[in-house]
Design a protein around this ligand. Structure first.
Ligand code: NAP
Length: 359
């Protein structure tokens, strides 16, 4: 099974269902990607910050070498990390990421967050995460306009066949429209029934920008990271509205959540480390929800956002020098996590850190 595609505003086709690579372990990433391709996935959503681009590339190579798929049938997405927003840093880091994957263009390259951090040399630390060398957040002077123009150059040079942004709100988008030479093809945002972001979705529709939803299952992705806000929210999989609609269609709640998005033209990139869930998540365009079912699910909106590092300030500090990669991945992607019970190291880390907004 292969997912249907959506036409982007530059005429290119993007699969409506893809596979997200955040929290896919390095040890299993190549096999997971290879198996996902075998299952029918064609879009892979990666990022510098996920720290597994080399391994994902190995999965692509194996699938291509074995003739499962051609490069041009894949839709490979990656993201520009915050530490590389200065205009002279954008092309070099994009080329490094391409090299890590073993490919010569991205199908889509996205500004990960509207946050410009001070440059970290990849030879010093890669992925750099949110914190600078002295373990505090340091900002760069790069404006989003400067960074976006550098992204447009990647597009003009063919290093990125499409470009996008992520975690932008309406105001940032309206500003972008004033200076963009090429309107972005996609906007990637947190989007699930607890956070439907209707006005932003509408604005993008009007401007021909395709929305990609991340964390489509709401709290599920953040519970495993011990985020209190997520632990306190009822699981969407268990929500009576979602469950009863799923039963009527003989589908799982996860499939209903994904179909709720795709039926409204919102692309999804669920992640699963489990082969049967990964397969089921791809089968989310073969049935249709009724209009009133879509409305019922949309009415669960509470404006409940789990991923909010855009409020980062120099007050975010950690006092320890732990450099465990796991800690890095968890901590840097989500500075406001409770990370006190994941394992001994994390407990130790927790006791050594301060964070003003930890839930
Ligand atoms: P997600 O896809 O919403 O959910 C992941 C969680 O749901 C995992 O715990 C997974 O566990 C579980 N799951 C997956 N399929 C399931 C199913 N059919 N039934 C029950 N549970 C299921 O979360 P996400 O990783 O936050 O978001 C998806 C992708 O979006 C990421 O991988 C990343 O590529 C992207 N993303 C982007 C940003 C950004 O700032 N642009 C931020 C976050 C994420 P198992 O693995 O055990 O199945």
């Amino acid at each position: 099974m292969v997912a249907p595609t959506v036409k982007l505003n530059n005429g290119r086709e993007m699969p409506l269902v893809g596979f997200g690579l955040w929290k896919v372990d390095n040890a299993t990433c190549a096999d997971t990607v290879y198996n996902a391709i075998k299952t029918g996935y064609r879009l892979f959503d990666g990022a510098c910050d996920y720290g597994n681009e080399v391994e994902a590339g190995q999965g692509f190579k194996r699938a291509i070498d074995e003739g499962l798929v051609k490069r041009e049938e894949l839709f490979i997405v990656s993201k520009l990390w915050n530490s590389f927003h200065d205009k002279e840093r954008v092309a070099p880091i994009c080329k490094k990421q391409l090299k890590d994957y073993g490919i010569d263009y991205f199908d889509l390259y996205i500004i990960h967050f509207p946050i410009a951090l001070k440059y970290v040399d990849p030879a010093t630390r890669y992925p750099p995460g949110f914190f600078y060398e002295d373990n505090k957040v340091e900002f760069s002077k790069a404006t989003l306009e400067e960074t976006y123009h550098a992204m447009e150059e990647l597009y003009d040079q063919g290093l990125a066949k499409s470009i996008g942004i992520s975690n932008y709100n309406g105001g940032l988008l309206l500003d972008l429209f004033r200076y963009a030479k090429h309107i972005p093809q996609t906007l990637q945002i947190e989007h699930h029934p607890y956070l439907t972001q209707e006005p932003l979705v509408q604005l993008c529709k009007e401007r021909g920008i395709t929305i990609t939803a991340y964390s489509s299952f709401g709290p599920a992705s953040f519970i495993e990271l011990e985020m209190k806000k997520a632990q306190d929210a009822p699981l969407l999989f268990d929500h009576p509205t979602v469950k009863s609609i799923a039963e009527k269609h003989n589908k799982s709640p996860a499939q209903v959540l994904l179909r709720w998005a795709t039926q409204r033209g919102v692309a999804v990139i669920p992640k699963s480390n489990n082969q049967s869930r990964l397969a089921a998540n791809l089968d989310v365009c073969s049935f249709d929800l009724k209009e009133d079912e879509i409305k019922e699910i949309s009415s669960l909106d509470q404006g409940l956002r789990f991923n909010n590092p855009t409020n980062v300030s120099t007050f975010y500090r950690k006092r320890c020098t732990t450099t465990s990669l796991t800690l890095f991945a968890v901590r840097h992607q989500h500075p406001d996590l409770r990370i006190d019970s994941l394992d001994t190291k994390r407990k130790q880390y927790h006791s050594l850190t301060t964070h003003p907004t930890r839930a």
